[in-house]
Design a protein. Structure first.
Length: 687
């Protein structure tokens, strides 16, 4: 390090230390996320509240996840296995969850032999006892009673054939599989799936467990999903789809008589449709979402279906209030969905509106929508409780906590597990700014100032672009942004056209990628520079992942205003994307239109690769080698092009990670990712 550079670094280090010493707060570090206890899967039974806490462990380079109970306002840990993610509250008061403890069982699973072991925990037991083991990798379980239930499990057609060739000898079949493990064989599309790996020849089957006897209720090429058992436990509903070679759109709605195990197709529409989220209102009537819009942007519609006479009645259109939470954060457990809950007057569900995620109620009689909470809260989960709701929510700059939400919209905290973090660390509050785009739509953007910034002084600024595109940013805590604010950067972000929270029309950028959304982002950047005096318009960086990576690639090919860029898990070419990724041929058709044989020019025109010869911006590319959503070839193409045209570029490929690297990747890789981006921005944005 040069003497002058070292001297400058030491001055900045001393100033930073003095700043935090004066404020009494610690800086949000690059590994701050490990301090957050992520709360999820809240359940209640007989007045007792249970939930899961997941926390990153740098020592193990993994995540520890355990079951807790809320007692007298305090969390009490019930397990110490560090691997509890889902659990079932049984009718006898016990708690069932997966737990493989025996070394021989772990070795069996390592060899590829399917096995699920479940244990039961009761209040009187000091330690959970084994309750059930299944020679399958069990998914969802729907209990009739302890000895009779339905469950789903992956059925591997290729391994089934291998097992048959070896006369049903599992050991021989596993040995043959191991001997052929050096070759990945595909015969279908999609042949891989992000987070799941190779899926060619694999289906989710429905099984029935009858006091030790297990029956596969599915055909080999049939895929089953969405199993739901009626309250009287006489009827099972599920969806099914059968294909070979290429997956097909839509599915069928099936009704199974529990007593006879006879299933019938009760799909109410004659046209191809996707049936989702069946929810029993009574034993003879259900709510379900139906989507028939596969090649256009559009939300599903909610219907009531009478199981006796087949009468289908439209109840509610998920527009402009789409179902689900799309607000992003890197310190929460994914985008949880609690589904639809009913009462005598109507039903509830979580939605995304602009930059927040409220709970709403829809009245059966007139379809009137009532917002239960009207603030900027992000409700991640909910369930009816007493005269209101139990919720997991992110409020303000706080990490998720459990709150009681009354029907007047008032949140009362029931846990304070993470509250101390926001008091101990230098967390900056995002500052809002509104502006109108070229369509006259009012948008909201945010700016996070650097920690300890001085009035009148300008700071390098990073434009952060979300994925999706149909997701959204809120004003809730985002670790990477807060880290950059603690590292001397301002951070700006907004929800351009194409984002969730504004209805189908606003979200529809079909065949318009890189047009109005690009204009929105550039306009917002201009507005932010004019509004906030701490933003240095001459030292701008840009980054984003997934759709944000696409947009980063697009931006550097259309403007030189950004001095540095970091493109993450991106899309470079719709031509290659459509024929390599797990959702390529369906997503491209819906978002851009057609395929390479019917719309080659359209796909190429909206591909950042077409404009790569115009790029002047030094760019870092980050991809993961198991990201099958945005396959690594996308980043490689852009990196190769920039190097070809002598533009400074760097490619960082993470081994063993997938599309979720920034949110749930190995903790040390998450740190390395942020470090790569920060170092790159420092190199080009800081003197």
């Amino acid at each position: 390090m040069k003497r002058q550079t070292l001297f400058t670094f030491l001055i900045l280090l001393v100033a930073t230390c003095n700043l935090y010493a004066e404020s009494g707060r610690k800086p949000v570090g690059i590994d701050f996320f490990k301090e957050v206890k992520m709360i999820s899967n809240v359940q209640e039974k007989n007045g007792k509240i249970y939930f899961v806490i997941r926390q990153a462990s740098m020592d193990d380079n993994n995540y520890k996840s355990d079951l807790y109970a809320l007692e007298n306002g305090q969390p009490r840990r019930l397990t110490s296995t560090h691997d509890v993610s889902d659990y079932t509250l049984m009718d006898d008061g016990s708690i069932m969850f997966r737990n493989v403890r025996e070394a021989k069982d772990k070795e069996q699973i390592r060899r590829g032999e399917p096995l699920s072991v479940f244990v039961k925990l009761t209040e009187r037991m000091g330690e959970a006892e084994e309750f059930l083991r299944l020679p399958y990798s069990a998914g969802a379980i729907k209990f009739i009673d302890d000895k009779h239930f339905f469950f789903t499990s992956t059925y591997d057609i290729n391994f089934a054939e291998l097992l048959e060739k070896n006369g049903g000898d599992m050991a021989k079949a596993l040995k043959a599989k191991e001997e052929g493990s050096g070759v990945r064989v595909f015969e279908e599309i999609p042949f891989w799936s992000n987070g799941r790996g190779d899926v060619s020849g694999k289906r989710s089957h429905l099984f029935y467990y009858n006091d030790g006897d297990i029956k596969d209720l599915s055909e080999p090429y049939e895929a089953v999903g969405g199993a739901e058992l009626s309250k009287d436990k006489k009827t099972l509903l599920y969806t099914t789809n059968t294909w070979q070679g290429k997956s097909t759109r839509g599915n069928h709605l099936m009704k199974l008589d529990v007593a006879t195990l006879k299933a019938e197709d009760i799909s109410p529409l004659k046209t191809t449709a996707s049936y989702m989220g069946a929810q029993f209102v009574t034993d003879d009537e259900i709510l379900l979402s139906i989507n028939t819009k596969f090649e256009e942007i559009g939300s599903a519609t909610l219907y009531r279906l009478n199981l006796k006479d087949g009468k289908l009645t439209e109840v509610h259109s998920f527009n402009p209030y789409s179902a689900g939470v799309s607000i992003g954060s890197d310190i929460k457990m994914g985008n949880a969905s609690s589904g639809i809950k009913t009462d005598k007057t109507g039903f509830y569900y979580l939605t995304t509106v602009g930059d927040h995620a409220p709970l709403i109620h829809v009245d059966y009689k007139d379809g009137a929508v009532t917002f239960i909470n009207k603030g900027k809260e992000v409700v991640l989960e909910y369930l009816p409780y007493k005269d209101g709701f139990l919720t997991v929510a992110m409020i303000g700059n706080k990490a998720a906590e459990i709150y009681f939400l009354d029907k007047k919209g008032v949140f009362t905290p029931m846990t304070t597990i993470n509250d101390h973090l926001m008091d101990e660390y230098s967390v900056m509050t995002p500052r809002p700014v509104t502006f109108k785009n070229s369509d006259g739509v009012e948008l909201t953007g945010y700016a996070i100032p650097p920690v300890g910034y001085e009035t009148g002084k300008k700071y390098p600024t990073i434009l952060d672009i979300h994925g999706g595109p149909r997701t959204a940013y809120g004003a809730c805590f985002f670790h990477e942004m807060q880290y950059w604010a603690n590292h001397g950067y301002a951070v700006i972000f907004t929800n351009p056209t194409g984002s969730d929270g504004g209805g189908d029309t606003f979200a529809n950028i079909h065949a318009r990628y890189g047009t109005i959304d690009y204009d929105d982002l550039m306009l917002f950047t201009d507005v932010a520079i004019k509004t906030f005096d701490f933003i240095d318009g001459d030292r701008l960086g840009v980054t984003g992942g997934s759709y944000g990576g696409f947009m980063t690639n697009w931006i550097i090919g259309h403007t030189d205003r950004f001095k540095a860029a970091a493109s993450q898990r991106s899309i470079a070419s719709w031509i290659s994307f459509s024929n390599t990724t797990d959702i390529g041929f369906t997503f491209t058709a819906a978002q851009i239109g057609g395929d390479v044989w019917t719309n080659l020019d359209g796909l190429w025109t909206q591909s950042p690769m077409k404009y790569a010869d115009k790029v002047k911006t030094p760019t870092l590319f980050i991809h993961s080698d198991e990201d099958y959503r945005c396959w690594q070839s996308e980043g490689i193409q852009m990196f190769y092009a920039l190097k070809y045209f002598d533009v400074p570029a760097r490619l960082c490929l993470f081994k063993g990670e997938n599309h979720e690297l920034s949110r749930s990747g190995k903790p040390k890789n998450r740190v390395r990712r942020i470090q790569e981006i920060t170092d790159w921005m420092d190199k080009y944005l800081k003197p």
